[in-house]
Ligand binder design. Structure first.
Ligand code: IMP
Ligand code: MG
Length: 185
């Protein structure tokens, strides 16, 4: 099992693979029930949401289409840039569609705020958000985010789609990194 090897870079596993998979299945069931009789368009936010999204959609039983957007991210740092730029826009017209945005993690909420305004202006029939991780647990996201996988502490995490300088996205678990990894050893 990947959870048991390659321990040199990570400090602590916050979410083991089994825990993530169980929750993703639950979210898929919930989304399937909520969207009964409809055919939503899932909008994955590249690149972090790709791993989560690909597992999640396999637990969704209503007809679902996939599209993607890319927005500017942190780059090789653990601090938010405060600037959201659209690097890749949607291919589909979302007017009148039931849009479900899939994000990897909500930190300051800046990225999501921007996206909701941007997508909302295109007049979808509905616009909801499914996020794997909610970092700043104190922040009230109830009004914005209908589906949330896990609340996690305010620490920088990688794995299951999340990266540090484009690395570690392929880990099947979510973990924190050893301080020397940030320092480049
Ligand atoms: P926000 O705009 O501050 O909510 O940041 C959201 C984006 O920042 C996410 O989509 C991630 O790309 C990135 N991000 C925030 N926290 C982390 C983290 O702990 N690890 C990796 N990426 C993160
Ligand atoms: Mg991201």
């Amino acid at each position: 099992m990947r959870d048991e090897v390659e321990t040199d870079f990570y400090e602590r596993i916050l979410l083991p693979s089994e825990t993530i998979q169980a929750r993703v299945a639950e979210l898929g069931e919930q989304i399937s029930a909520d969207y009964g009789g409809r055919a939503p368009l899932a909008v994955g936010i590249l690149r972090g949401a790709v791993v989560f999204m690909s597992d999640l959609v396999r637990h969704i039983t209503v007809p679902i289409e996939l599209d993607f957007m890319a927005v500017s991210s942190y780059g090789k740092t653990t601090k938010t840039s405060g600037v959201v730029r659209i690097m890749k826009d949607l291919d589909e017209d979302i007017k009148g569609r039931d849009v479900l945005v899939i994000e990897d993690i909500l930190d300051t909420g800046l990225t999501l705020d921007y996206l909701m305004g941007y997508l909302g202006a295109r007049e979808p029939a509905s616009l909801e958000v499914c996020v794997l991780l909610n970092k700043q647990c104190s922040r009230d996201i109830e009004t914005k985010v209908k589906y949330c996988g896990f609340d996690i502490p305010d620490e920088f995490v990688v794995g299951y789609g999340l990266d540090f300088g484009e690395h570690y996205r392929n880990l099947p678990f979510v973990c924190t990194l050893k301080p020397e990894v940030y320092r480049g050893k």
